[in-house]
Design a protein around this ligand. Structure first.
Ligand code: ATP
Ligand code: MG
Length: 261
């Protein structure tokens, strides 16, 4: 059975997509079968996995509207295959922005993705869902099917404030829609140990959330930021970089974590 994780934080630009694609590539690299679902109309995770969002015939949008199955709509990237870090991609593009409105009148609208994932459950060890920077119907679809939420965050002052809203949303979804749901962990990203405030916030996080804070820390690393323009996760683009190595370590930490779930 696949373990399903949402990468979510309603704050924009905190590293959700970077986390999703690099964790997917890292897990593939250590032999896990992975499906990456792009739930963001920006389609950054799709492009960052080497799939051109403008060329897609079917996307997660068709799956949400029950016009296609995941088996029909998923794709693979040749570049990732060549690098030996291949994972399946259920892509997204601008069309997905319309889904929010089109789904308003549909039944079971927040459970569409869950139903679709059940059909491919046996084919994967991990399903990773890249959520948009909002607590919208799209994010809700992700949270409804997930076993856990991975929350990437920068160790800055306002990061803790935003976390309260996310924690409350997750509690509500757990109470009303998905009893399985939990925060599997907070991932410190874009970390710079030379900045005193970041170390302080990191300590506060550990004091507050204990073992919910992942051991792995993702450093600020320019190679991770450069990789998407080549249509590659950093783990594939420059495997020797500090950022790539941190994400492979994170993949191994996730493999350990799911053993105790
Ligand atoms: P959005 O909310 O728009 O979906 P996001 O949370 O998915 O954004 P990303 O797109 O992953 O965030 O990252 C935001 C920017 O920060 C990108 O330009 C990305 O390349 C850069 N970035 C992410 N992680 C790192 C890192 N560890 N080191 C350096 N740059 C990073
Ligand atoms: Mg993103």
């Amino acid at each position: 059975m696949a373990k399903i994780f949402c990468v979510a934080n309603q704050k924009g630009g905190v590293g959700k997509t970077t986390t999703t694609v690099n964790l997917a590539a890292g897990l593939a690299k250590v032999g896990q079968r992975v499906l990456m679902v792009d739930l963001d109309p920006q389609g950054n995770a799709t492009m960052g996995s080497g799939v051109d969002k403008r060329q897609l015939e079917m996307t997660v949008y068709d799956v949400l509207l029950e016009e296609a199955t995941i088996t029909q709509a998923r794709s693979r990237s040749d570049k990732l295959q060549q690098a030996g870090c291949s994972y399946d991609i259920l892509g997204a593009n601008r069309e997905l922005a319309g889904a929010e409105v089109e789904m308003v009148s549909l039944e079971r609208r927040e459970r569409r993705l869950k139903a679709a994932l059940q059909a491919v459950d046996g084919e994967y060890d991990f399903v990773l869902i890249d959520c948009p920077p909002s607590l919208s119907m799209l994010t809700l679809n992700g949270l409804c099917c997930a076993h856990g939420v991975i929350v990437p965050m920068q160790c800055e002052y306002f990061a803790l404030e935003g976390l309260t809203d996310l924690v409350n949303t997750i509690k509500q979804v757990k109470a009303n829609l998905n009893d399985d749901l939990q925060i599997i962990g907070l991932l410190r990203v874009m970390f710079d140990p030379r900045i005193t405030l970041q170390n302080q916030v990191s300590e506060q996080l550990k004091a507050h959330f204990g073992d919910k804070v992942f051991d792995t820390v993702i450093p600020r690393n320019v190679r991770l930021a450069e990789a998407p323009s080549y249509g590659l996760p950093g783990v594939v683009f420059d495997p020797a970089s500090r950022g790539a190595q941190a994400f492979v370590a994170f993949a191994l930490e996730m493999v350990q974590r799911i053993k105790s779930m």
